[in-house]
Design a protein around this ligand. Structure first.
Ligand SMILES: Nc1nc2c(ncn2[C@@H]2O[C@H](COP(=O)(O)OP(=O)(O)O)[C@@H](O)[C@H]2O)c(=O)[nH]1
Ligand SMILES: [Mg+2]
Length: 355
């Protein structure tokens, strides 16, 4: 299972520039260079200092950090929701992502046009809402037929669809709706674009002005985080050899590439936790949704581990490091044995026992 973020925004907002920056700053590791699946899809690895410490302690030959898929969703323009041009294909691509990175240009080229960044962001949000309204209408037609044959559940869903339609028409993204468990189920089946979490990314000008108040307000009202970075600079940093990168960052007064910060923000927004496994010569970090059980984690690592799951030996990564390894930790009694329903906590190392 892997998580993916789709980059959306108006043409020339800097989406492809950001995509380039993201792929270039991905952690270069042996046998796992960043993988470009398609020209606009890449797998990037996140830095994880805990994994680095673990891998060193356990003398792992290979340390595999967790990955996130990035999709540069070109072509989301006005009219995309009506399937104009390549609209349909791109909306299809969007449906499969877990989170939207909404890029808004803040550089001079756009400033001259006199449109406010917030109203440009609203334009894209509107396209997403229009696409969702179509989805809701299609579902409504299908359910109405069922209702005529007397289904009570269909009647209840129709009631919800009506409310949903009204909210979308009023400009409210589906993720902001409060829903009961039944409605949540209805919503999940629709795979709406505005159900996805969104992160606003202000592609700031070189001068480094912060995002304007209007955009800050829009993000706040939306309940979504707003970050700002300079995409072109980040893409340039990505092209530098490692040894020059450090100097370049210092020159700009940056601790590290802000792309890592962006990826971390995505990670938090997706509400993931990180767990670790050690197998033979490989230490590996995994992302899992908060609340994932030990059994589900075992399945993520290998279907055989899930199928034959007996239990899991679990230890917090720091305790493992302090004990100098699993044998030492067992002696100290800091390794716990947990069953299938144990919820994975962030930072834990799992040794699965299976038959
Ligand atoms: N001045 C400036 N130009 C940028 C910046 N980011 C992107 N651009 C330029 O804007 C144009 C469009 O960028 P691109 O990433 O292709 O936008 P996309 O259409 O959203 O994919 C290109 O000529 C970029 O070089 C930036 O931060 N500052
Ligand atoms: Mg582009």
């Amino acid at each position: 299972m892997s998580w993916s973020c789709g980059i959306v925004g108006l043409p020339n907002a800097g989406k492809s520039t950001l995509f380039k920056a993201l792929t270039a700053v991905s952690v270069p590791i042996e046998n796992y260079p960043f993988t470009t699946i398609e020209p606009n899809v890449a797998v990037v690895y996140l830095k994880d200092h805990r994994l680095a410490v673990l891998a060193e302690l356990l003398s792992s030959v290979k340390a595999t950090p967790p990955a996130i898929r990035i999709v540069d969703v070109a072509g989301l323009v006005e009219g995309a929701s009506r399937g104009e041009g390549l609209g349909n294909r791109f909306l299809g691509e969007l449906r499969s992502v877990d989170l939207l990175i909404h890029v808004i240009a803040g550089f001079e080229q756009f400033a001259g046009e006199g449109t406010d960044p917030a109203s440009r962001a609203t334009l894209i949000n509107l396209e997403l809402i229009l696409a969702d309204l179509e989805t809701v209408a299609r579902r409504g037609e299908k359910i109405r037929a069922q209702q005529r044959s007397g289904s009570r559940e269909a009647a209840a869903e129709l009631l919800f669809l009506d409310r949903l339609e009204g909210e979308l028409q009023a400009g409210t993204p589906a993720r902001l709706l409060s829903v009961n468990p039944f409605e949540e189920e209805c919503l999940n089946q629709l795979f709406l674009l505005t159900s996805k979490k969104m992160l606003y990314l202000y592609n700031r000008a070189e001068s480094g002005a912060a995002a304007p108040e209007t955009l800050q307000r829009l993000a706040r009202d939306d309940g979504s985080p707003l970050l700002s970075l300079y995409a072109r600079l980040e893409a340039e940093i990505g092209e530098l050899p490692d040894e020059e990168r450090e100097l370049f960052l210092q020159e700009y007064g940056l601790q590290e590439s802000q792309v890592q910060e962006l990826l971390r923000a995505c990670y938090h927004l997706l509400d993931l936790v990180t767990f670790y496994t050690v197998k033979g010569e490989e230490s590996r970090a995994w992302f899992a949704p908060r609340g994932t059980t030990a059994l589900e984690a075992a399945y993520m690592v290998h279907t055989d581990m899930g199928r034959g799951f007996i239990n899991a030996e679990v230890i917090f990564w720091e305790a493992l490091v302090e004990a100098g390894g699993l044998a030492g930790a067992r002696e100290r009694g800091t390794v716990r044995t947990e069953g299938r329903d144990y919820p994975v906590a962030d930072g834990e190392v799992f040794y699965f026992n299976f038959r």
